[in-house]
Design a protein. Sequence first.
Length: 461
Amino acid sequence: MVESRKGIRERIHNIRIKKYESYEPSIEIREVEYNKDDGTLNVFVTPKHRKYIKSMEVTIRDYKLRDRVVKLKKIRDEFRLSYRLDNEKKYSFSFYSIAKDGKFTRMDIDMEKLKENMRIIGIEESHAPEENQSINNVVKEKTLSSMSTGSIFTPVKRSWPTSSQYAQSLQNPNFSLSKNYDELKGITFEKNQNVKYSSIIQGAGNFGVVFKYRSNAGDFALKCFTRGSPNIQLRYYEVSKKINDSQISFLLDFKFYQDALRVTQRPKEYFPAVTMKWIEGKTLHTFIKENLANHETFKAIGNNLVNCITEMQNNFIAHGDLSCDNILIDTGNNVKLIDYDGMFVPALKKLGSEELGHESFQHPRRGKYYGERLDNFSILIIYTSLIALSKNPKLWKYNGDDPDKLLFDITDFESPDRSKALRDVQSESPKLKKLVKLINEYLGQPPDWSGFDPSTLLRMR
């Protein structure tokens, strides 16, 4: 009997699915190069099963325990990280390969491991980077002696479970969830309807994993940490207090649980978690992608975001990581900001920033700055992108289906004179010409530049 074309296609499809289900993703570092002249580290990374990989990114933790998320540049069949180090001794890296279906693989490595096969170039070629502290996802202890809050919270040094360990353990809530909190009793976790393979993970990133659960009080998000600060309890306490006092509609009230849950692999240790009301909505990237035919709405979204940042700044609050993942558009086209790991509130000023945000939305010289103007450059980039797309949705070509940017990235900020995206955006209207000029001016100023007030964006014509 001759097999039909449809039967052949189905058989080939099933073979591919079985191969995909059976493969074990991994990440390999092919080459490491360090330039002593300018302090640039180049890491060439090759993920196995590359045809399943959509993108790669890395979380870089510096000697101040601050995290920055950097998108790796794809070059043919591999990815390259190019990053300038301030202090080569104390950096650690978590590389992520992100598959087309949203699954990701993580590999942690520190400078000590990287230097084993490092090639040194530049005038000081006889010295390789010195010994670094071990990473293995262990968070270093940091004193609170300089804090003026009078807090009773004690920094805790710990290693963190992985996303899969949390997901596996939460299959049995009676075991994994602490009995100390009535709100977490009798809850059920919901499966993610947007992924091909059954999972209760609703979203995962560099610092945590999110689950959705249902209780008598409604639907909620549970965020479990895969990375974190020794001072995580203090940070969330102060942020929660400030948000509740300010009553800003764009921000969501949340509750921090110090000992919320445990995982099967470590049954004697409980880990913190955050819960907040579940919001039905789309990330900014997804919303834009799905509404290009209705692009007039982008201007209203941009205006709402400007109002949001202005209100936060008036209350001496900054989000710290404005990006596509952390901006939700609900079913009524209202803006909500989520993920407050890097948020600035005055009570935390002396503690400093824990992360540096997504580089496609941050001032290239953000560095150590941590204050209420932290979101100014980010909102300028986001607002300019939304206004440009409201004029000409064809500019979305500059996104390249990258969920970690809009129209611009770090290369546009480092060389604005050579940026085709900036050049094309400014040609769309007189207002966009002014906005691009403002971006160029801001790039020549420090990240806390006092010459820019986000509220002026709405008055610009």
